[in-house]
Design a protein. Structure first.
Length: 89
């Protein structure tokens, strides 16, 4: 899993029929200090996250394990909106 922040949305009117109805979000990777990194991923949103939300993203074959993405051509999925981080020093 990767910690990230939703920074935008991807609109794709023409896509594989298995992806119809799915929302694509642009997620920039985030450090534990909440600082944005330069890397990003496009992820299917299964939890109705919005721009500005801190989220957990799962990638690879595990991304196809949610009810929404089961057996779909998906490589990254937003599977949680983070409320708070507790990090020990």
């Amino acid at each position: 899993m990767v910690l990230g922040k939703v920074v935008g949305t991807v609109w794709a009117t023409r896509k594989d029929e298995e992806l119809v109805g799915m929302k694509f979000q642009i997620v920039k990777h985030l450090g534990l200090d909440y600082k944005l990194k330069d890397t990003f991923v496009i992820a299917v949103d299964t939890v109705q996250a919005g721009v500005g939300d801190v989220v957990l993203v799962c990638a690879g074959s595990s991304a196809r394990q949610t009810a929404t993405t089961k057996n779909k051509p998906v490589d990254a999925v937003i599977m949680a909106v983070v409320d708070k981080l507790d990090v020990a020093d």
